[in-house]
Design a protein around this ligand. Structure first.
Ligand code: ATP
Ligand code: MN
Length: 251
């Protein structure tokens, strides 16, 4: 048997039901079908247990045939809050004005698509974010930040000895690239939406990011900077004032 057909045989042994090591009762059948489609496209052999469940999404590590990992974000609910948030954030944003949201499923896909677009724009501008891989209905696949399926810690979770002046400068630099090059404001930045991997900051959770010319951009950027400054200042780091940073960022 040739190497190729041997490998093909081996891959064939992975069946759809083997994809899910843990059956998650919160996911609907359409989502399961979507996950199977995504697995075929990306050679995923296994979805592992969720690493996090927020209000609107869950994140799962997915293992590929060659034992690499992706992070899979599944948007699973549409709370009244998320509907309001979508209205608020997409109105006045010309990129999304032509998207008419008619039903819940569409609304959730719009949210996933928005995060994918923001992630792509940030990644292409050189911001340290997980590399976007694919969006399919309510599923977003991105680079896994961590090692062997174990996620990296959030800024909130790292030990005090790791919270250094350099780490602060690194994060401020990422915010600068985000605002000046990608021309986006995160809008929900805090120690909960920054991961720290190999001493570097990765900005995550960008579904609500907005263009810098949006009417709410200044207010949101100020809040983002205040959150980051408060976190580092409380831990003894010399910070640059939000006022100075806003000026430097062109606001
Ligand atoms: P929230 O908990 O704020 O509602 P969310 O549901 O919007 O969050 P994210 O903040 O994007 O989702 O991700 C949730 C968690 O999943 C993160 O705190 C992080 O621990 C983990 N995570 C997110 N993206 C990745 C990634 N690319 N690689 C590894 N882990 C990730
Ligand atoms: Mn988050």
């Amino acid at each position: 048997m040739s190497e190729f057909s041997k490998k093909f045989k081996e891959e064939k042994r992975y069946k759809d039901e083997d994809l899910f090591k843990v059956v998650d009762s919160t996911l609907d059948s359409r989502t399961y079908l979507n996950l199977i489609q995504v697995a075929r496209r990306l050679n995923i052999k296994e979805y592992l247990g969720a690493i996090s469940s927020g209000k609107e999404a869950k994140i799962y590590p997915a293992k590929t045939l060659d034992d690499k990992y992706y992070a899979v974000k599944i948007y699973y609910t549409s709370t009244a809050q998320s509907k309001r948030a979508i209205k608020r954030y997409t109105s006045g944003d010309i990129r999304f004005e032509d998207i008419k949201v008619t039903n819940t499923r569409q609304l959730i896909s719009t949210w996933a698509k928005k995060e994918f677009k923001n992630l792509s724009r940030l990644y292409e501008a050189g911001t340290r974010v997980p590399k976007p891989i694919l969006v399919y209905e309510n599923i977003l696949v991105m680079e896994f930040i961590g090692e062997n399926g174990i996620r990296a810690p959030l800024l909130k979770e790292i030990g005090s000895e790791e919270i250094t002046q350099e780490l602060y400068e690194d994060l401020i630099q990422q915010i600068e690239i985000m605002v000046k090059k990608a021309k986006l404001v995160h809008g929900d930045l805090s120690e909960y939406n920054v991961m720290v991997h190999e001493g570097k900051c990765y900005i995550i959770d960008v579904s609500q990011a907005l263009p810098v010319d949006h009417e709410n951009a200044v207010m949101l950027l100020k809040r983002d900077l205040d959150n980051i400054n408060r976190f580092f200042e409380d831990r003894g780091i010399n910070i640059r004032s939000t006022k100075d940073l806003l000026i430097e960022l062109g606001f």
